[in-house]
Design a protein around this ligand. Structure first.
Ligand code: AMP
Ligand code: TRP
Length: 343
């Protein structure tokens, strides 16, 4: 069967979001921020602090705005240049909420019921989860498609949400007979930083919501804390192997070697070559030194930026205006396609 339905042919655009909840950790840094910085070299980029997603679980209203500034500061400290990329807060652009409602009427219950993140976050007590938590991926689709974004750099845990975004875009294009109106965005969820695991359990991802702070390295941790957490990281008695096969069945060791490789920019094989036969008494301090070397300039910059919240607010306001200017014409087209009344 041939399919000659026109596909999206507009400009390429990158969109991604990070929630202003908890402290950013090494997984966020390597899985998202480092990729964002790389993308701004080649693409028009929009990076959003997704405060509307944050409220799917209770947040302290007194903290939400400062948490939002903190993520904006982390974006810039990691190397995102607000002159080149747009940085803004999701709640400042109403298009997200409006498009999410339209998409609510397009997405099917069955599609959302398959989402593993909801199952993980709602836990056993589904009845008490907010409707917003269930609907979270629909808002995410609206975030991306309000800008007709074509590429979405994220960690591996977001792949399923990106599939849903594609399903919604495709369904909209078909239901309203507007082939190629919305792009079917590509997740950029590959590469060595896409899945950083907990320091305490190599089968769980490093996460803001893990109860144990020892499970993750936070961007704001100082050198001593980073060394301590790595010293306490779970390993096994065997030394570092000399081949990648030797990492099989050793998820915690695999994770530490992967973190070393990602931070240093080396291949796994090169890291193994360097440390083969060594015990963790040698490897862990080397990894701590590398982590401190890479993270401390980012932390330092983040602190400096946080000292001037007025400047962050100025950047967020400018970003919101630029984002809105892109979303407004898209939303006008969407309303017209869907047939809403206008005088
Ligand atoms: P969140 O903190 O859930 O808003 O996530 C922000 C970004 O970090 C998303 O692109 C996630 O996919 C990514 N991310 C979160 N945890 C990890 C992890 N352990 N490894 C790699 N990427 C991650
Ligand atoms: N769901 C993402 C996360 O938890 C955050 C997010 C919200 C996002 N909207 C987005 C990521 C749009 C990419 C694109 O990490």
């Amino acid at each position: 069967m041939t399919d000659d339905t026109p596909t999206y042919s507009g400009p390429e655009r990158v969109f991604s979001g990070v929630q202003p909840t908890g402290d950013l950790h090494l997984g966020n840094y390597l899985g998202a921020l480092v990729k964002f910085v790389a993308m701004q070299e080649s693409h028009d980029c929009i990076f959003c602090v997704v405060d509307l997603h944050a409220i799917t679980v209770p947040q302290d209203p007194g903290q939400l705005a400062s948490k939002t500034r903190e993520i904006a500061a982390a974006f810039m400290a990691a190397g995102i240049d607000p002159e080149r990329a747009i940085i803004f807060a999701q709640s400042a652009v109403p298009a997200h909420v409006e498009l999410a409602w339209y998409f609510n009427c397009i997405a099917r219950m069955g599609w959302l019921e398959r989402m593993t993140q909801f199952k993980d976050k709602a836990g056993k007590d589904r009845e008490r989860a907010s409707v917003g938590l269930f609907d979270y991926p629909v808002l995410q689709a609206a975030d991306i498609l309000a800008y007709k974004a074509t590429h979405v750099p994220v960690g591996e845990d977001q792949k399923q949400h990106l599939e849903l975004t594609r399903d919604i875009a495709d369904r909209f294009n078909r239901d309203f007979a507007v082939p190629g109106f919305f792009p079917l965005p590509d997740p950029l969820a590959e590469g060595p930083g896409a899945r950083i695991m907990s320091l305490k359990d190599g089968s769980k991802k490093m996460s803001k919501s893990d109860l144990s702070d020892l499970s993750r390295i936070n961007l704001i941790d100082d050198a001593d804390t980073i060394s301590k957490k790595l010293r306490k990281a779970k390993t096994d008695p065997a030394p570092i192997p000399d081949t990648a096969e030797g990492l099989e069945g050793r998820p915690e060791v695999d994770n530490l070697v992967n973190i070393y490789a990602t931070l240093s920019g080396l291949e796994t094989g090169q890291v193994l070559e360097r440390f083969a036969g060594e015990g963790f008494g040698v490897f862990k301090p080397a990894l701590a030194e590398l982590a401190v070397e890479k993270l401390s300039p980012v932390t330092q910059k983040m602190r400096e930026l946080m000292d001037d919240p007025g400047e962050i607010d100025r950047i967020l306001a400018e970003g919101a205006a630029k984002a809105e200017a892109i979303a407004t014409p898209v939303m006008e087209e969407v309303r017209q396609i869907m047939g809403f009344w206008r005088a």
